[in-house]
Design a protein around this ligand. Structure first.
Ligand SMILES: NC(=O)c1ccc[n+]([C@@H]2O[C@H](COP(=O)([O-])OP(=O)(O)OC[C@H]3O[C@@H](n4cnc5c(N)ncnc54)[C@H](O)[C@@H]3O)[C@@H](O)[C@H]2O)c1
Length: 250
């Protein structure tokens, strides 16, 4: 559902969106571009990032694995060198492998934390080093940071709860420089990443959510645009839930 007008709130600005090759990241990149930003679509899958740039009609695709902190630092420095500014960073790249507690191994922890938490941390650190007053960071967390949406996601919820804490801390440290940092907590969203789940997994979420539907990637992109745009000028260090009301029903 993208049939709405978008003001040119971000004209002249440069935004980086990680994990922009699919799902929430792609929808976010497209919406930020519609709002006037030059968007760098970063993804470990370069072809997917290039497809996002094609959908935007402008912008830049970047091959980037956010779990590689050195590569994150180099990529963000290169974007800043080329563009002269970084106004918006959206830390969206994330993974949510379902592994029950009794099967949870070091490799799953390392991968989940390395992407969801350390990747976002490295990107925030590198971006903050070059951002100036007025810049914004949005970290894509999850309602799983508040309470489990399903069994097998303890490591995932922990990674996102840590991301919430890091977001608040970054807001405290970067706020005085005029940089706003917030977290966005999506509910259950129909993306490439969740498309493999069977209908019997999805239906209970639809039944419980007052909105009576799963979210669409564009639902979350709109909330990102709010947090990254001028309407959220005084919103610092918050956790915005966008879940169709799912969490108010347990
Ligand atoms: N879909 C949901 O229901 C849901 C709910 C809450 C939060 N989230 C969060 O939203 C974000 C996006 O989720 P999605 O469902 O759109 O995912 P998705 O799997 O549909 O797409 C993720 C994209 O990120 C890229 N990616 C994965 N690991 C990467 C890495 N190490 N470096 C760079 N790119 C990488 C993938 O190539 C892919 O293009 C994640 O952080 C996820 O935790 C999703």
């Amino acid at each position: 559902m993208t049939d709405y007008d978008v003001p040119a709130w971000l004209a002249g600005e440069t935004a980086i969106v990680t994990g922009a090759g699919a799902g929430i990241g792609r929808a976010t990149a497209v919406l930020l571009a519609r709002a006037g930003a030059f968007v760098v679509a970063a993804d470990r899958d370069l072809a997917a990032a290039e497809a996002t740039v094609a959908a935007m009609g402008a912008g830049q695709a970047l091959a980037l694995d956010v779990a590689d902190a050195d590569a994150v630092r180099a990529a963000i420095a290169a974007v800043h060198d080329a563009r002269g500014r970084i106004d918006i960073l959206v830390n969206n790249a994330g993974v949510y492998p379902m592994v029950a507690l009794d099967q949870l191994d070091a490799a799953t922890w390392t991968r989940t934390l390395g992407i969801n938490l350390l990747g976002a941390s490295a990107a925030m650190q590198a971006a903050a080093a070059v951002m100036t007053a007025g810049a914004r960071i949005v970290n894509i967390s999850s309602i799983d940071s508040l309470r489990p949406s399903a069994p097998g996601l303890g490591h995932y919820g922990a990674s996102k709860a840590a991301l919430n804490a890091l977001t608040r801390s970054a807001a405290v440290e970067l706020g005085p420089r005029g940089i706003r940092v917030n977290a966005l907590l999506p509910g259950v969203i129909a993306t490439e990443g969740t498309s493999g789940s069977p209908p019997e997994y999805r239906q209970p979420f639809i039944d419980r959510a007052p909105a009576r539907r799963l979210g669409a990637p564009d639902d979350i992109a709109r909330a990102v645009l709010f947090l990254a745009g001028p309407l959220a000028a005084f919103v610092h260090g918050q956790q915005l839930v966008a879940d169709g009301g799912l969490t108010i029903n347990g």
